[in-house]
Design a protein around this ligand. Structure first.
Ligand code: G4P
Ligand code: NA
Ligand code: NA
Length: 192
């Protein structure tokens, strides 16, 4: 998505440790006009999938998922990050080991909000090592629901998540795939 690539080039900040900061337009301050274009693009890509629900994870996935949901006219469910102590039989849960944040946590979704009838589009802002996404996939599968597609705004193509998830045989589409980025000179290359 050209508009998104241009915006990442203009306003993205490359930090050491392969972190791309996009908090001026995507995951802290949010540019709603851009998010609308992102929502339309996900609609175009996943038009043929007959989805009835969007699943994302708190916090930064929520805004993007909600705007996208307006184009599909479906509800959004977001997985919550939880302390293990709260987990009981009323929720689907998955353990996530974040390499980025060097911590392990559980994500949960109430059994009330996903069932075997559901055809789900998963939406998230970033794909790095894919642990968060793998957790969401595990939750959908535990519910017996189907994954119709996964839409990511920014994938870091030089990390392992994209390959990991695509190898699971799900339709994963990222609107911008960063092939490489350099914190020294600020240069960034996208996969075409
Ligand atoms: P991981 O396995 O390395 O932990 O990566 P994963 O793809 O699961 O992403 C973990 C978290 O790190 C996600 O946020 C993701 O959005 C964020 N993240 C990964 N790489 C980058 C990056 O280069 N830039 C930015 N801005 N974020 C990145 P989260 O833990 O779910 O937190 P939240 O921000 O959604 O609350
Ligand atoms: Na996220
Ligand atoms: Na994030």
């Amino acid at each position: 998505m050209k508009l998104l690539q241009d915006r990442i080039r203009r306003d993205g900040v490359i930090k050491s440790g392969n972190v791309l900061k996009v908090d001026s337009f995507l995951n802290h301050q949010m540019d709603i006009e851009l998010l609308n274009e992102i929502g339309k693009e996900f609609k175009r890509i996943f038009e043929e999938c007959s989805i009835n629900k969007i699943l994302t994870i708190e916090a930064s996935g929520i805004g993007i998922a909600c705007i996208t949901a307006q184009y599909f006219k479906v509800p959004v469910v977001f997985a919550k990050k939880a302390q293990s102590i709260n987990i009981d039989g009323a929720v689907y849960s998955a353990k996530i080991e974040s390499f980025t944040h060097k911590k392990t946590y559980d994500v949960i979704v109430s059994k009330k909000f996903i069932s075997s009838e559901d055809r789900i589009l998963i939406i998230d802002d970033f794909l790095a090592n894919g642990c968060a996404l793998a957790g969401l996939i595990e939750i959908v599968r535990s519910a017996g629901a189907s994954i119709e597609g996964i839409g990511i705004v920014i994938e870091k193509g030089f990390q392992s998540g994209g390959e990991l998830i695509r190898n699971m045989g799900v339709k994963l589409e990222s609107l911008a795939i960063v092939e490489s980025m350099n914190a020294e000179d600020g240069s960034i290359e996208f996969r075409e």
